[in-house]
Ligand binder design. Structure first.
Ligand code: ARG
Length: 412
């Protein structure tokens, strides 16, 4: 097609984006192409979603099973970076938006569209992630949100669905805004907007209640260059590794998070997450890094990991900054290979064993038994020189009456 006059819509199959199909057509005069991805969110089959897209008036429906791509190219980089925004949130939604955008842009090129539409509101991070990702891949494509830009509000939606007889009875409306994929699940809004309201039992679906766990589950995970390749000795793909750990860590209630989070747009928001597989895998990966990374490299990596998480949270997946951090992180994974043993029980994943041919742990240096190869005498000289600046500074403090106070006490 030579003339680009269509809109590509990120289509979930839910109420908002179903109504958006005829609504966008009516308000812009452009035909709508619906794009739907399987990123491991479960729920309806892609074929069912495709049928609904066409029934709602889409001229084309593009569906992709992107689960392996998501696991290998988005979740694995997050694992290598131990990515945890604000120390606890494993970037579930933040890493899916760049992947979805890649497919949206591909569909825009394939079906002759000049605009991409998404169902985000104007208050969240996801609108920024979609649109900054679009700009980074193809800066000629425009972005639009029917909810944010065309007044598609709840009451309008319902009236519109009735009037146009849209086949959306099956699309259940949850009391929460939920986004989920194989890396985890995010739950927000509604009753949870009062930060004092505790989560009700119905909000969780990837995890069981950690207060009533089954018997403990011991697992071994083998990593090669930062990637899980075997679980309990059985070979797994990245997707299988995440899925299996979601099952097993989920059964133990691992990976539940409840926090007030700082959004990119400046709002503080109440968020609940459950990411059992991600949290268990990151716990194991981090411990393997404790063995395999050199001390200074590791200290720098912890800073880099934190910045990576913030930048990816802040919609910078395709940015030069993240690309450069990726190069550093990738290099550090060269020796991150070996086996981690972990016990999962009652909400916690605790590493109990580690073994690696590329570890820097040296028994002969560490041991207090005989066979010690560490020269303890050398520590005298080390401390003498290492402590020299403190000794000189302390002498000056004493001269000026500012030394560390030691209470004068006579012992009877
Ligand atoms: N606050 C999280 C983030 O920015 C989760 C967003 C979830 N999105 C949603 N539409 N419920 O990554």
């Amino acid at each position: 097609m030579s003339e680009k006059n269509r809109i590509v819509l990120a289509y979930s199959g839910g109420l908002d984006t179903s109504v958006a199909i005829p609504y966008l057509k009516e308000r812009t005069g452009k035909d709508v192409v619906a794009v739907s991805l399987d990123v491991g969110q479960g729920g309806e089959r892609l074929q069912t979603i495709k049928k609904r897209a066409l029934a709602c008036g889409a001229v084309e429906s593009y569906i992709v099973d992107a689960r392996d791509e998501f696991a290998s190219e988005y979740c694995m980089p997050a694992l290598k970076a131990n990515a945890m925004y604000e120390g606890v949130y494993p970037l579930v939604s933040a890493i899916s938006r760049p992947l979805i955008t890649k497919h949206l842009v591909r569909a825009a090129h394939q079906f002759g569209a000049d605009t991409i539409a998404h169902g985000c509101t104007g208050k969240g991070n996801d609108q920024v992630r979609f649109e900054v990702s679009i700009m980074s891949i193809d800066p000629t494509i425009k972005a639009i949100s029917p909810i944010r830009d065309l007044g598609l509000m709840r009451d309008v939606e319902i009236a519109y669905a009735k009037e146009h007889d849209l086949p959306i009875e099956q699309t259940e409306k949850s009391p929460y805004s939920i986004d989920q994929n194989v890396w985890g699940r995010a739950i927000e809004t509604g009753y949870l907007e009062d930060p004092w309201n505790g989560p009700t039992k119905d909000v969780y679906s990837y995890t069981d209640d950690p207060a009533f766990p089954p018997v403990e589950d011991e697992v071994t995970i083998d990593f090669e260059k930062g990637i899980p390749v075997r679980i309990d000795g059985k070979e797994v793909t990245p997707l299988q590794a995440i899925e299996e750990m979601n099952q097993r860590a989920g059964a133990q209630g691992i990976g539940r998070v409840d926090l007030i989070e700082d959004r990119l747009v400046g709002i503080k928001s109440r968020e609940l997450y459950e990411a059992p597989g991600a949290v268990a895998l990151i716990t194991a990966h981090q411990e393997l890094e404790n063995c395999c990374l050199e001390r200074e490299q590791h200290r720098i990596k912890r800073d880099i990991d934190k910045r990576w998480g913030e930048l990816v949270y802040d919609a910078q997946w395709f940015s030069p900054a993240v690309r450069s951090l990726n190069a550093f992180i990738e290099e550090t994974q060269e020796y991150v290979s070996g086996r981690i043993r972990m016990v999962m029980h009652g909400g916690r994943a605790v590493v109990t064993g580690r073994r690696s041919d590329t570890s820097l742990y040296d028994y002969r240096l560490a041991t207090y038994e005989s066979g010690d190869s560490f020269d303890q005498d050398a520590s005298n000289g080390f401390i003498e020189i290492y402590g020299l600046p403190d000794r000189v500074a302390a002498a000056r403090d004493v001269r000026f009456g500012r030394g560390v106070e030691v209470p004068d006490q006579t012992v009877e």
